[in-house]
Design a protein around this ligand. Structure first.
Ligand code: UD1
Length: 365
């Protein structure tokens, strides 16, 4: 059995790594399963892509489609053309896509049209917000997916509502959490820890990259100012995504003088070292809300909706919305010690990849 494993952008790497590890492990005991690791090249900077391969022990991609940056249509079409060429040379038995980035949708479409069945890891989640490119990617991908590997009961329910039959839904848990739990003993203290003299629970981590928050420069400045002024004097550590960096431009230098420390995007092991020890995380990422829930770190999400509701109903996450003035009361709650404790959602136990590979092996492909 040959699988294509598709990765493209930063959040894909931690979702695919445990699948590769599990296939390798089982191949060593005789499992007849091969794979091609296909990198679309949607993310290409070392600190957005290559460093994750090193940190997570992912082998070099077998194929790189080198799609690069561009508009949504440019990226989608570039990836589709590249992946179609590959499939014309050799078809796998199953195309495995993960998450909700443009590469996920583009490769799923190509595979399905060329009659290769599609498996979607993290299928079924929905934010309901059609202004997010990821929501469109999720809906399109799921509309042509054959096998759904889901992270939550809400995802299962969303799929049922779309008419997906029960025998195609596999509630297996979260491969991103497999990676988190297996990497936790290897987290690395970044050099900025000593530089800034950080202490456990003595600083806040910030990440922002969603178009809604960062594409308007004035809005981004307002958000940053509200965070800085309400942080109760705590240092705010801000690894800046390339998209956000572009919008900040030269204003990044003036912000540096306040209690805001801007740095390049960090590697996986360094970033999570900081998250695990932070007083709180402020973010607009979806994946980080899952990681903070598992590590019991208070998380404030600067979005109006989430496709991961269990991080709010069970975990440590709260949705603040995108209004910068929602930050002050949330920070007061945090600093007065009144943030909720949270619990870990079912099956986020570090064994999801084992379940997925076992199920794929048993599919009659
Ligand atoms: C993508 C995903 C988003 C995910 C995020 C994580 C989509 C629609 N969005 O958003 O779900 O949370 O990745 O980072 O797939 N750039 C670089 N170097 C890189 C990559 C990007 O400089 O290695 C710059 C490019 O100029 C690009 C911009 O960052 O225009 C945004 O990159 P893009 O891949 O379009 O989307 P992200 O915002 O990263």
């Amino acid at each position: 059995m040959l699988l294509d494993l598709i990765v493209g952008a930063r959040p894909n790497f931690m979702k695919i790594a445990p699948l590769i590890r599990e296939i390798e492990k089982r191949r060593a005991t005789g499992l007849d399963m091969g794979y091609r690791l296909v990198h679309t090249g949607q993310h290409y900077d070392r600190n957005m892509s290559g460093s994750f391969f090193d940190d997570l022990g992912i082998p070099e991609p077998d194929i790189n489609l080198n799609a690069g940056s561009g508009t949504q249509a440019e990226q989608t079409s570039g990836i589709m053309l590249g992946y179609e060429k590959l499939l014309m040379q050799k078809k796998p038995d199953l195309c495995v896509v993960v998450g909700d980035v443009t590469s996920t949708m583009a490769c799923a479409i190509v595979a399905k049209k060329i009659l290769v069945p599609v498996a979607h890891v993290e299928g079924g989640i929905r934010s309901g917000d059609m202004t997010m490119p990821e929501e469109i990617n999720r809906i399109v991908t799921d509309s042509i997916t054959d096998y759904f590997f889901t992270t939550s009961e809400t995802a299962n329910e969303n799929l049922r509502k779309c008419g997906v039959s029960e025998d195609r839904i596999f509630f297996v848990g979260n491969t991103m959490i497999d990676t988190l739990l297996s990497s936790r003993p290897r987290f690395i203290k970044p050099s900025l820890w000593d530089e800034l003299q950080l202490a456990e629970k003595g600083y806040i981590m910030l990440t922002l990259h969603r178009p809604n928050n960062v594409d308007d420069a004035a809005n981004l400045q307002r958000l940053l100012h509200e965070i800085i002024y309400n942080a109760g004097g705590l240092q705010v550590v801000f690894p800046v995504h390339p998209r956000t960096r572009k919008v900040l431009g030269s204003s990044a230098d003036s912000l540096k003088s306040l209690n805001l420390y801007l740095t390049e995007p960090l590697g996986y092991l360094e970033f999570n070292y900081l998250v695990e020890r932070a007083k709180a995380v402020i973010t607009d990422s979806g994946g980080i809300t899952e990681e903070t829930t598992v590590m019991s770190v208070p998380c404030m999400t600067l979005r109006d909706s989430t496709e991961r509701p269990e991080t709010v109903t069970m975990g440590t996450n709260e949705l603040l919305g995108t209004n910068p003035y929602a930050i002050a009361p949330a920070m007061q709650k945090l600093l007065s010690g009144n943030w909720k404790k949270g619990s870990i959602p079912p099956l986020w136990d570090g064994h999801t990849a084992e379940r997925i590979i076992e199920i794929i092996y048993k599919l009659s492909l």
